[in-house]
Design a protein around this ligand. Structure first.
Ligand SMILES: Nc1ncnc2c1ncn2[C@@H]1O[C@H](COP(=O)(O)OP(=O)(O)OP(=O)(O)O)[C@@H](O)[C@H]1O
Ligand SMILES: [Mg+2]
Length: 363
């Protein structure tokens, strides 16, 4: 077993000879065995190290095992630390054990059967090891999904710029040339008709490139700020979808926020409204962005068919990339995301804590 996978097992007994016998029984497990001869010494170890299992004698002078367990449980960090009591169990002891509803608790009666003690400690040690590994994996996953979202934002911004600056510019050049061909008075009627058609097709292509580029990353968002970018987006979507979408900003003179907050709010509105369009069958939708001293709250309501419980409970099986991405973005700021099924419709509400508003260029 590698060092990183070893866990700490704390053995507490006022009799050193018993501690030595537990040590002999448990040494095969390959974990770190820590000895304490009093409740106080045990508490010191608990404060210093991450303890997976506490093995303790119930009857100790000063602080008995139950009192020590009580103190351990009061500390939030140790609420789930496994405790194994060693005692000549009496009925009254079993009653006291029942009091420990939270966290893992077990007992071993004396005389101790070595195999039994080893088996019980090893189960709790393994549980702790797995929990630790799961925690580390969760942390990695969180970092990774945050990186993915940032990369996606950056990539969208880059592709938007490329489309606008290269393909957009080249199409503009083609448009100028086609316009000059159209203006040629020596063209036959059929060539003139083709030239006009070409010019109109190029116009259409320029419009498409502009729309795709702006939807990928609206330049208004960086240049003028969230309200203009949201109004532009909502106006376009209203035209494309036929859904009557209104937008309300509070305060109406909405100040500039940190760039990452503006991108996050924009992406949440974009995804929520795309969902309204794709899934809700709604006729109306309303976007409200409210800024208070310490938070920005974004609500998107629709009057459509509503969401399933799996979606409102944010269960991974019910979510696609869209809501999972919203959840991740909000979490990154320490905010909250709520999806509620109304009658009729759905409300998506994201709250993000913000620092007091700082003026930025473009305010
Ligand atoms: N406004 C809404 N009205 C009704 N159902 C909705 C609404 N928003 C989301 N849903 C439901 O929640 C599900 C998950 O949404 P989510 O945005 O996570 O994924 P998606 O839209 O299916 O796919 P994508 O990954 O492209 O976003 C949708 O498939 C849909 O069933
Ligand atoms: Mg979606």
């Amino acid at each position: 077993m590698s060092n990183t996978h070893k866990v700490n097992i704390l053995m507490v007994d006022d009799q050193p000879s018993k501690l030595m016998s537990y040590e002999a029984i448990l040494s095969d497990l390959g974990d770190n065995l820590i000895k304490a001869t009093s409740g106080r010494e045990a508490l010191e170890h608990l404060l210093k190290s991450d303890i997976a299992v506490v093995l303790m004698d119930v009857s100790m002078p000063e602080l008995d095992g139950f009192e020590l367990a009580e103190m351990i449980r009061q500390h939030p960090r140790y609420q789930n630390t496994a405790i194994i009591f060693i005692s000549a169990i009496h009925m009254s002891d079993i009653d006291r054990l029942r009091g420990y509803a939270q966290g893992a608790v077990d007992y071993i009666s004396v005389p101790v059967v070595p195999e039994l003690l080893r088996a019980k400690v090893s189960v709790f040690a393994e549980l702790h090891r797995r929990t630790r590994q799961l925690g580390a994996l969760n942390d990695e996953l969180r970092v990774l999904s945050q990186k993915l979202i940032n990369m996606q934002d950056e990539e969208r911004r880059r592709i938007a710029r490329e489309l606008h600056d290269s393909l957009g510019q080249e199409l503009s050049a083609v448009k100028m040339m086609s316009d000059s061909i159209c203006a040629d008075t020596g063209l036959t009627p059929s060539s003139k008709k083709s030239a006009l058609e070409m010019s109109s097709l190029v116009d259409h292509a320029i419009q498409q490139v502009r729309s795709i580029s702006y939807l990928l990353h609206p330049p208004l968002l960086d240049e003028i700020g969230l309200p203009s970018a949201l109004e532009w987006y909502v106006e376009g979507l209203t035209k494309r979808s036929g859904i009557d979408i209104s937008i309300c900003l509070d305060p109406p003179e909405f100040p500039r926020l940190a760039p990452e907050v503006e991108v996050t709010v924009f992406r949440i509105v974009q995804e929520a409204l795309t969902n309204v369009f794709r899934h809700s069958e709604a006729h109306r939708a309303e976007v409200t962005v409210t800024l208070r001293d310490s938070e920005v709250r974004t609500r998107i309501c629709d009057d459509g068919k509503g969401i399933e419980p799996l979606v409102s409970e944010l269960q991974p099986q019910g979510l696609g990339v869209g809501i999972a991405g919203m959840k991740q973005r909000v979490k990154e700021f320490g905010g909250t995301l709520k999806l509620v099924r109304n009658d009729p419709g759905t409300t998506v509400e994201a709250s993000i804590p913000v620092a007091p508003v700082v003026a930025r260029a473009g305010t």
